[in-house]
Write a protein that binds this ligand. Sequence first.
Ligand SMILES: [Zn+2]
Length: 166
Amino acid sequence: MGSIVPLNIDLANAFVQPQPFEFKLDSAFFEALDQDEIQGGDVVVSGEARPRHDGMVEAVYHVKGNVQVSCDRCLDPMDFPVEVEDSTLIATEGQDEGTAEPDYVVSPRQREFDLAWAVYQAIELSLPLVRIHPEGQCNPEMLAYIQSDVTAADEDADDADEEDFE
Ligand SMILES: [Zn+2]
C-alpha cells in the first residue's frame, strides 16, 4: 500500500531500541492512498516504534489535526477534528508466537515499515459513522441539484442518464 509521503519507520533499529518519529501529513498523502473516504487534511503523527519483550515491535502514535470528508447529505467537504491514539504490532516471519496477535508480519530482511495504512485506518475509525453538516449548513445548491436529479431519474430513468454522460 504505497504513499507518496512515506511514513517509514526504522524497523531494523526498532527491534533494538526505541525509534521516535514524527510525520506531517497533508492532502497529498490522503489523495495518494488507495481510499476515497478522506479527501484531504492536515495531521501530525508522532510516536515511537519500540521493541517488546516478546520480540515484536510496537509502534505507538498520537494523531492530531483535521481531515476533510464528504457530507453524506450534500456531498460538500466538511472538516473533522482528529485526535486518536493507536498502536501497531509488527512481528517478523518465523518469530516465536507471543501472547499478542501481530497486526503485520514482515520478512526478517525488511529494514523499514510504512505505517501509512495503519495510520489511515486509525483516523478513519475515529471518525463518526454518519457525517452530516449541522442542520442548515448543507450546500443548498447541491441539495436542490440532488433533489432535481432524483426526480428526473424517477420520471425518465434511461434517457436522462445517457444525456448526462455526453
Ligand atoms: Zn452537507
